[in-house]
Ligand binder design. Structure first.
Ligand code: AMP
Ligand code: ZN
Length: 123
């Protein structure tokens, strides 16, 4: 099932519903953001839609406003967290080759470190 209001097997749905703890830094009617439990950089925040959508592949044209808002929220959080001027990355992993491990769409807001490009090969 690619899209649900709540998936009881999903760790991010549980975080959104406050059924498991997280360090939330943003919450509105459609979007939440919280610090990653295993940060890869000094700033590592996950920005998630509240609706359970498994991967980017499950998005439709109707989601364009939601996804656009997600990016605007990420940009505001970058400023709040002090990385707007130094720079940051905001990226989505999709599927096996993309390295996705939690199947509820989330953008990684990463900063506070100078990053390289491209992000492969793995390990
Ligand atoms: P991805 O590999 O793109 O699916 O990213 C999943 C991210 O979720 C990883 O960076 C994990 O460290 C993070 N993560 C997993 N469980 C939790 C949790 N309970 N609270 C916060 N972040 C989590
Ligand atoms: Zn979910």
């Amino acid at each position: 099932m690619p899209r649900l209001d709540y998936d009881e097997t999903c760790v991010f749905c549980k975080i959104i519903a406050d059924k498991i703890p997280s360090k939330k830094i943003y919450n509105d009617d459609t979007i939440a953001a919280f610090h990653d439990i295993a940060p890869v950089a000094p700033v590592h925040v996950l920005v998630v839609p509240k609706v359970h959508i498994e991967t980017l592949n499950d998005l439709s044209a109707d989601d364009a406003a939601l996804v656009g808002k997600l990016i605007v929220v990420a940009k505001d959080l970058a400023k709040q967290l002090g990385i707007a001027e130094s720079g940051y990355r905001f990226g989505f992993n999709c599927g096996r080759d993309g390295g996705q491990t939690v199947f509820h769409i989330h953008g990684h807001l990463i900063g506070g470190v100078s990053m390289g490009w491209p992000p492969f090969p793995k390990g």
